[in-house]
Design a protein around this ligand. Structure first.
Ligand SMILES: Nc1ncnc2c1ncn2[C@@H]1O[C@H](COP(=O)(O)OP(=O)(O)OP(=O)(O)O)[C@@H](O)[C@H]1O
Ligand SMILES: [Zn+2]
Length: 686
């Protein structure tokens, strides 16, 4: 036994230590957690590692992603991490893949080739994707994540524990469009406006909103508002053109943009008197006045005065900072504010301290706005077609910082330093290397339980900001019986999607029900791909189309949902025929045995959406039944699964029938009158 493995053998026991070199593990993500996990598993003696990441190394990664050096910036994370970590153990094989885990070649068969998957991701979408693939391939998954001082490890074993989707996750906070477009009241509203509205308008794709506005006018929308929006759209066209043709040395294009968004648009909004009846009016900004120092704003309603130089608003910062670690930044800003009493142009505080943590004066913001607009315009002229916000792209960050601060000034909202804007616009919770390291250690400890199959020792582990109890563990919960991911029955077909029809797959999977291995036999089903309805019992137009023509290709799933809600949904993964498959062989290979989804125990019958039996106190009660499980299909919306234009999603006849049976009348238009006295109108709130 080599000296290297003696240690591991003593700790892990000879059996597990001998197994580790053979275990095939997939590590998804080579960022903050991924680098730590990779180092741990290489040193622990895992011998066969596939490491996948879509990204390249950014300078800002280097403080914690310690497998990377400055010379590696812009290189593939997976490649560099694999190379660095390979040197830690001569016996390890690390296969790096520079790619997105959602690409079709990483299909169910590919996932099935691993003994264990470790997630080290930073977004919900990719996490949910890997979770579903692991459920489909029946491979254990170790899910993990950190947010500042907080962290979590969740072991996921199909049928034994909750999956990642058993508990719904909150969607990120969004803001109403009108708050962003017209009535901001917090610094974050101004930041979102600059990042998600102004940058795309100026530097994104040229979108013609004319048709949309014509349509809105036809629909009888407020004519004055449409006229204002139309004017705005035309003015945007002009400034977009100016940016693309501007003379590199001149401030003219930046000035045009400024005048449009901080002066003219605000004046337009002010002309809508109704809007400002109950809220403070914004103040249009003056380019020359700010430059010369003659312009100032007095926002009486906020008690804060914006001056050209030196004095920023002294309102408390009301933008929600994400967590404790941001205190460094805000404390610095507070100091700056305290020191910023002078109004004579020499902002003593802003000239000291870290550049990024300085509070910007109005003039600072204007200068930064002009400079960053010129840099971005130069990029357009040198061939970049579109530019979007990236917190690590200094030009876009400067533009958003300046734009958000100018807008904040116009609306009497306190400004934010570049540092704070970066944090808020990038939705960044500062990453803490120590939390990542602790979590990565726990990932490996839990992974060892998985490999030993000592499932009763698995725990959800939380790292929390409580010095007296930094770690807490919770036993795993059973799967949520209503989960739309792990409670489904998974099957895989191997096929050539251009040569196989939807009917062949659906009828093939359902089988004839003759024996144990022959499926459930014919029954009424609806078929979905993500949230698209492809067929249902009364709408079979697509059944004889081939899969490829409907975009149902390798890596996708067809969901076969029982019309009567008696059987669990079957998720059919579309896989590729084996490479040695004969050219004249069958274009569809069904699984054997065919899947037999369990029968669903129906919730006890409750009345549908209808009036309850008259009640002495309140005869207007409406009883709303919880939807049966099959109505939860399709699985929670995945933004990346947009509909191809060719496929329509009708309310199909059988759905209408079902709704009718449930006592629900579908009205064609908002104004349709219901003749039936017993009908209760349920209005959808938006
Ligand atoms: N769909 C995906 N496929 C492959 N890798 C992904 C996917 N989504 C995210 N990742 C990777 O997961 C890693 C997550 O790491 P981390 O949370 O440290 O993020 P980061 O981008 O390195 O850092 P930061 O976001 O703080 O700048 C990143 O390297 C990212 O590229
Ligand atoms: Zn689940």
């Amino acid at each position: 036994m080599s000296g290297r493995s003696r240690h591991a053998t003593a700790i892990l026991g000879p059996e597990l230590a001998a197994k580790l070199p053979e275990v095939k593990v997939l590590l998804v993500g080579a960022g903050g957690i991924g680098c730590e996990v990779l180092k741990n598993i290489v040193l622990a003696g895992f011998g066969n590692i596939t490491l996948l990441d879509l990204d390249t190394i950014d300078l800002s990664n280097l403080n914690r992603q310690f497998l990377f050096r400055k010379k590696d910036v812009k290189q593939s994370k997976a490649m560099v991490a694999a190379k660095t970590a390979s040197a830690f153990n001569p016996n390890v094989r690390i296969q790096p893949i520079h790619g997105n885990i959602k690409e079709p070649q990483f299909d169910v068969s590919w996932f099935r080739s691993f003994d264990l998957v470790l997630n080290a991701l930073d977004n919900l979408d990719a996490r949910r994707h890997v979770n579903k693939m692991c459920m489909a391939a029946n491979v254990p998954l170790m899910e993990s994540g950190t947010a500042g001082y907080l962290g979590q490890v969740q072991p996921i074993v199909k049928d034994k524990s909750e999956c990642f989707d058993c508990v719904p996750k909150p969607t990120p906070k969004t803001f109403p469009v009108c708050t962003i477009r017209s009535t901001p009241s917090q610094p974050i509203h101004c930041i979102v406006w600059a990042k998600s509205y102004l940058i795309p308008q100026l530097f994104g794709e040229d979108e013609d909103s004319g048709g949309e506005l014509d349509e809105a006018e036809k629909q009888g929308e407020n004519a004055q508002e449409i006229a204002t929006l139309r004017k705005e759209a035309q003015a945007f066209k002009k400034v977009r053109a100016a940016l693309r043709q501007s003379d590199p040395g001149s401030d003219e294009a930046a000035r045009l943009v400024f005048n449009k968004v901080f002066h003219d648009d605000i004046n337009n909004l002010l002309s809508m008197a109704d809007m400002w009846r109950n809220r403070a009016k914004p103040t249009p900004l003056e380019y020359d006045g700010i430059k010369s120092g003659s312009f100032s704003i007095d926002h009486k309603h906020t008690g804060g005065a914006f001056q050209v130089n030196g004095g920023s608003s002294r309102q408390p910062a009301d933008g929600a900072l994400v967590n404790g670690d941001t205190a460094g930044g805000s404390a610095a800003t507070e100091q700056m504010l305290d020191g910023a009493a002078s109004t004579n142009g020499s902002n003593a505080a802003s000239s000291s301290g870290l550049k990024d943590q300085r509070t910007l004066t109005l003039r600072d913001s204007l200068e930064l706005f002009v400079a960053s607009t010129k840099r971005l315009a130069a990029r357009l002229r040198s061939g970049e077609n579109t530019i979007s916000f990236d917190k690590d792209d200094d030009d876009t960050l400067d533009f958003v910082t300046a734009g958000a601060n100018l807008r904040a000034a116009a609306y009497g909202i306190s400004g934010k330093s570049r540092w704070e804007v970066k944090e808020m616009a990038g939705n960044i919770i500062p990453a803490i290397a120590t939390t990542n390291a602790i979590i990565a250690g726990l990932v490996v400890l839990q992974a060892l339980h998985l490999l030993r199959k000592t499932y009763n020792k698995l725990r959800n582990v939380h790292v929390q900001f409580r010095p007296s109890l930094p770690l807490s563990t919770i036993s795993l919960s059973a799967p949520n019986p209503r989960c739309g991911v792990c409670r489904d029955t998974y099957a895989e077909v191997l096929c050539e999607p251009s040569q196989v029809t939807l009917r062949q797959v659906v009828e093939g999977i359902i089988g004839n029900g003759d024996g144990e291995d022959d499926g459930t036999g014919p029954r009424d089903v609806s078929v979905y791909e993500a949230q698209r309805v492809l067929s249902d019992p009364d709408w079979d137009d697509n059944l004889d189309r081939d899969l490829e023509s409907m975009g149902v290709t390798r890596g996708k799933f067809l969901s076969i949902v029982d019309e009567d809600g008696e059987y669990a949904t079957i998720q059919v993964a579309i896989g590729q025929l084996p490479p040695n498959h004969p050219i004249d062989g069958n274009a569809l290979m069904l699984p054997y045995p065919l899947p037999r989804p369990p029968r669903i125990v129906k919730p006890k019958e409750t009345p549908g959406l209808k009036r309850a039996a008259p009640d002495e106190d309140d005869d207007d009660d409406i009883v709303i039944e919880e939807p049966p499980a099959k109505r939860m299909r399709p699985n929670p919306v995945d933004a990346s699964n947009a509909l191809p234009a060719s496929v329509t999603v009708p309310v199909t006849p059988s759905k209408k029938r079902k709704l009718d049976e449930d006592g629900i009348l579908l009205l064609e238009t908002k104004d349709e009158v219901i003749e039936d006295d017993d009908a209760v109108e349920v209005i959808e709130l938006d």
